[in-house]
Design a protein around this ligand. Sequence first.
Ligand code: ZN
Length: 171
Amino acid sequence: MTILDIRLIPDPVLRKKAEKVEGPSDEIITILDDMAETMYNAPGIGLAANQVGVLKRLIVIDCSTEEEEPNLLKMINPEIITSTNEKSELEEGCLSIPEHKSNVVRPSKVEVSYMNLNGETEKLTAEGLLSACLQHEIDHLNGILFIDHISRLKRDMIIRKVKKQLRENEK
Ligand SMILES: [Zn+2]
């Protein structure tokens, strides 16, 4: 397995829409394995293919706490099929926007359909952190970042700070 480079804003690949995948080919399974290793290495709780420069609809998630057993989800073509009107607010961060966090309001509960590694369609209902994480990662596949859900003022401030950090890192 390989640890992949994580793309940071303002990399344009983060703003592109990823394409549907036909099924779990060897290539797709390898990408998902590498994405999982990259996520754990970061460390993070979710990663979308756009974030490693691959425009395919693939995400990996593990929202388990340190006391819990790992619960790695590898999803092909994940899609939100229902979401509640009730909203929840949770603090989010993103491996593509390092060192910045913000509260984000999203539907509390979602039902997601996706293809598993056997090519079968599965459904998952989630709430709490897993719900927010699924919505965050599926957003990535549509070129949407968590900072798009917060005030413009705060978004512009974060983008400015990340660009400044990147410039300083290049020196
Ligand atoms: Zn993210």
